[in-house]
Design a protein around this ligand. Structure first.
Ligand SMILES: [Zn+2]
Ligand SMILES: [Zn+2]
Length: 269
């Protein structure tokens, strides 16, 4: 076998790791497209399920106000229903997301390794607010579009089954809905440079954020941050607070509703 694929060229940038003698023995070579797709699918599915279950369980047992489980708008065995929907959505979302990650690992994105490869000095800091602003904008408009009567029924209705959401509601949606709302995260590195480590960190961050805004607990009273208090109002009153990270677009688009913090206690019907 003369044509050896240059293995470990990416990992070796960070850590010198020799490919084992068996690296080339597999029938499906490591750069074989179906093998890459399958590996990405399982990695994403398993990693996603773990973050969802562990994250929401920690939130449920720490900040979540468990007295809400007696709220009149909580459904029968709601958490069980939410987890079931979440676990069903995960593998489908993973399949739909594989093409984006394939494009990335095959070099079609603007991902870069080290700060000295940044397009201009200071960009490695700028990438974070830029990523948040870009994805916040994208999610706001996609989410608003999903509330359009002609789309809502097919795509987004499942997620609004939870009028009083628990942290387990965060990924309890129609998988196509979750995928649509995750599009900005995958479009960003195609359009803008993004450091690989930052991307991994942001991936964990956005997952945790999505869990946290379904916590129903008033964690902040910030007028700028779209926290759990804002997203809980979205589940309660429906046509407000479509944003993900900030209230910027809701304010601009006239859909902002300020949380008083006690809505869940008074809205019994
Ligand atoms: Zn919604
Ligand atoms: Zn929600």
């Amino acid at each position: 076998m003369e044509t050896q694929f240059p293995y470990n060229q990416h990992i070796s940038l960070y850590y010198p790791l020799q490919a084992s003698q068996y690296a080339n023995a597999s029938r499906w070579k490591r750069d074989h497209l179906p093998r890459q797709a399958l590996s990405l699918f399982f990695t994403m599915w398993i990693f996603g399920v773990l973050m969802y279950l562990i994250g929401s369980t920690i939130l449920y047992h720490t900040v979540f106000d468990k007295s809400l489980m007696k709220h009149p708008r909580i459904l029968h065995q709601q958490i069980r229903q939410e987890i079931k929907q979440g676990l069903f959505a995960m593998p489908v979302m993973s399949i739909l997301t594989v093409p984006f990650f394939l494009l990335e690992i095959r070099g079609w994105s603007k991902l870069y390794d080290f700060a000295n490869q940044e397009p201009f000095p200071g960009y490695s800091y700028l990438q974070y607010p830029l990523f948040i602003f870009f994805t916040d904008t994208g999610i706001y408009w996609i989410h608003r579009w999903e509330h359009h009567p002609s789309v809502y029924r097919f795509l987004h209705k499942k997620h609004h089954k939870w009028v009083v959401p628990t942290p387990y509601a965060s990924y309890a949606f129609n998988p196509f809905d979750g995928w649509a709302q995750s599009l900005p995260y995958h479009i960003f590195p195609m359009l803008f440079p993004l450091q690989k480590c930052a991307y991994l960190g942001l991936f964990v961050f956005v997952t945790m954020w999505t869990l946290a805004i379904h916590d129903a607990e008033c964690l902040s009273r910030s007028a700028v941050i779209n926290g759990p208090e804002c997203h809980t109002l979205h589940h309660l009153y429906f046509n407000y607070n479509y944003g993900q990270f900030t209230t910027f677009w809701d304010r601009l688009g006239g859909t902002y509703r300020k949380a008083k913090g006690d809505e869940l206690k008074h809205k019994n019907e």
